[in-house]
Design a protein around this ligand. Structure first.
Ligand code: HEM
Ligand SMILES: *[C@@H]1O[C@H](CO)[C@@H](O)[C@H](O)[C@H]1NC(C)=O
Ligand SMILES: *[C@@H]1O[C@H](CO)[C@@H](O)[C@H](O)[C@H]1NC(C)=O
Ligand SMILES: *[C@@H]1O[C@H](CO)[C@@H](O)[C@H](O)[C@H]1NC(C)=O
Ligand SMILES: *[C@@H]1O[C@H](CO)[C@@H](O)[C@H](O)[C@H]1NC(C)=O
Length: 334
């Protein structure tokens, strides 16, 4: 696992110096085997515009789609690295793993983006890179930070269903389990807290948090770290259902990418247990709580750190050079 330290340094500098400096500092070329921000500049100059247009259209039809695309990139990167493996259909498909089944969404949008790209610049752009860019525009068009995605990933040849089951964190995992899953892919506690801020957009099904709500007719909540007014409104949402009804991960600011998610954690209004424990768990390190407070107080710091950690997550074990392939269609190997 390696990621571009040079790029990371530039990216941090961008936070300090602002947009003008960012443009000037992004001209460097990376050594071979590393991802770069100008990888397709010659062979697919309109790449960004194509992805942005498709994501924008999809989000006009359904604002939630930005969140769904962000999550797909995360679930791709945590299993065999960011290699587009989550997009593969078939018997060992990661789509059938517990964290993704009836849950991961946005595959049709990825297919549509890829089809546009294949028309414009056939055979050049990997599905793994399409997903990284789709996630970026999902964030940006929801109002989030504009970070530079590094490109040059190639597509994996296999899906890994058991890997998806074992590597992806679950909503009822302890803080030490979640920390370990991030550490296993080279991400530290800061990355874990700031990337959890991805839950500033999107929805969760009741099945994944209703264990925090006592029984669905009660107005009191079993989980003492859940605000009681939010608990009773969630009980209404989830009552009598099959667990497939959804609620906003960021109550009160569902589709806007902002630091309201962290403000909610300070007020016991995190939706998932895995959200709220970042602030409320007795096991939460002082550092984790302090980060929640810092991001809740300073949206610029959240945006800046989120962009940096997205670049870092996007650098989990990429296939480069002649490894893997450039898939023609994202659902199957060539
Ligand atoms: C820290 C550990 C994490 C856990 C335990 C977790 C768990 C979950 C769960 C249970 C859902 C709802 C799934 C469903 O309703 O079927 C969800 C949704 C989501 N997650 Fe996470 N997640 C984590 C980290 C992340 C990270 C790092 C990102 C991205 C940077 C992310 C982005 C999202 C988004 C955007 C959604 C909403 C998707 C949609 O509305 O379609 N999550 N997550
Ligand atoms: C699947 O993922 C697991 C966990 O990361 C890993 O140990 C295993 O080698 C992967 N298998 C394949 C076939 O890639
Ligand atoms: C996590 O890594 C980043 C660099 O990628 C660093 O700036 C940050 O201080 C680290 N956080 C912790 C808690 O080690
Ligand atoms: C379940 O609901 C009943 C009736 O609404 C209530 O009296 C009871 O306290 C609830 N149980 C829990 C664990 O909240
Ligand atoms: C939710 O919907 C899926 C797909 O329609 C269905 O298979 C499942 O049984 C439903 N219920 C739960 C609790 O997930």
């Amino acid at each position: 696992m390696e990621y571009s330290a040079g790029r990371d340094r530039r990216s941090r500098l961008c936070c300090l110096l602002g947009v003008v400096a960012a443009v000037l500092l992004c001209l460097g070329t990376a050594a071979s085997g590393e991802l770069t921000d100008d990888f397709y500049d010659d062979c697919c100059p309109n790449l960004d515009r194509i992805v942005r247009a498709r994501v924008s259209a999809a989000m006009k039809a359904e604002p939630r789609m930005g969140a769904s695309l962000l999550r797909l990139h995360f679930h791709d990167c945590f299993v065999n690295g960011c290699d587009g493996s989550i997009l593969l259909d078939g018997s060992n498909s990661e789509k059938l793993a517990a964290p993704n089944l009836n849950s991961a969404r946005g595959f049709e949008v990825v297919d549509a983006i890829k089809a546009d790209i294949e028309r414009a610049c056939p055979g050049h752009v990997s599905c793994a890179d399409v997903l990284a860019l789709a996630a970026k525009y999902g964030v940006l068009l929801s109002g989030g930070p504009d970070y530079d995605v590094l490109l040059g990933r190639r597509d994996g040849l296999v899906a890994n269903q058991s890997g998806a089951d074992s590597n992806l964190p679950g909503p009822d995992d302890s803080i030490s389990d979640i920390t370990k899953r991030f550490k296993d892919v080279g991400l530290n506690t800061t990355d874990m807290v700031v990337l959890s801020g991805g839950h500033t957009i999107g929805r969760s099904r009741c099945a994944l948090f209703s264990n925090r709500l006592a029984n669905f007719s009660a107005t009191n909540s079993v989980d003492p770290t859940l605000d009681s007014a939010l608990a009773s409104s969630l009980q209404q949402v989830c009552r009598g259902g099959d667990g497939n009804q959804t609620a906003a991960l960021d109550d009160g600011s569902a589709d806007a990418f902002d630091n309201h998610y962290f403000k909610n954690l300070l007020a016991k209004k995190g939706l998932l247990s895995s959200d709220q424990i970042l602030f409320s768990s007795a096991d939460a390190a002082a550092a984790t709580k302090a980060l929640v407070q810092a991001y809740g107080a300073d949206s610029q710091r959240f945006f800046c750190d989120f962009g940096n950690s997205m670049v870092k997550m996007g650098n989990i074990a990429p296939l480069t050079g002649s490894a893997g392939q450039i898939r023609k269609k994202c659902r199957a190997v060539n």
